[in-house]
Design a protein around this ligand. Sequence first.
Ligand SMILES: C[S@@+](CC[C@H](N)C(=O)[O-])C[C@H]1O[C@@H](n2cnc3c(N)ncnc32)[C@H](O)[C@@H]1O
Length: 279
Amino acid sequence: MINWIQKKIFLRRWAAIARRWPLERFLATTDLNLSDAEKQEIKLGIYEWRLLIPWYLARFRSCGQDRQFYCFGVAHGSTVAGLVRGLRNRAMNVPHLHLFDSFEGLPKEEPGVAIPAVWEEGAFSAPRAKLLETIEKLELGSADYSLHEGWFSETLKDGLVRNGTFKPAAYVDIDADLYNSTLEVLDFMFRHKLIDAGTLIGYDDWGDTDLWTAGESRAHMEIAEKYGVQFAQLFSWGEQPSMRTLFLVVAAEGAPNAKVKRHNAYAAPVASDETGVPA
Ligand SMILES: C[S@@+](CC[C@H](N)C(=O)[O-])C[C@H]1O[C@@H](n2cnc3c(N)ncnc32)[C@H](O)[C@@H]1O
């Protein structure tokens, strides 16, 4: 009964912020110059934050040839829909999409790490068919994406880096909620240098847990320390418990004792052939 009440309270607060957080308030924190049509498209509030990713990809040279998108936690496909629509709005090519999910919902969190009442084991399980339906509506071809079905611990294989299936990331989307799931994917990506200077990382559930003590933010902080990563936070939209945030990797050691590689984030605009963005 107590758990049920906690769930209700959490969901009510979460949904109120996700729906009603004003776009104007977000825009005041960035220098994005969205057109009226783009503002109109973000009418669903922070649910539509992924439409903004292509703006930053173009700005930070993050989408060079062969770079890929990695989406962890794709369930029904709203992640994919937001990203693809955002890229097409800006006439950008859709990079190869690696889509990861167990479709069995959340696994157990690390013992002792706090979770909101709604994150019980199995929460957010979704039929794979729903994702495929979304992909079909988006008219993506089979060469445009790879679906990695299963637990991250099984689908993130070293061999896929060695055989060139996994290439460096332009963008990494984290919507797997839990601290342990987030830590697992970030550790794999940094260990194999699939995330490096210039990669963007977006978090869908940044504020669902207290910052830095649990959830995605704790995993982010631990990985930053482990791999010597310097991040720039590009935006934060909403407030707790419903916040989305986007980071740019500015420098990453990758492995202990490696030389820090810096990214000139404000380099000149990229050529159209590199990104698909009209120059
Ligand atoms: C909030 S849902 C994602 C919703 C999704 N972005 C969408 O567009 O519908 C979180 C997802 O993360 C997946 N997930 C979390 N931890 C995982 C893990 N360790 N391995 C595989 N999938 C995981 C769950 O199966 C669940 O579908």
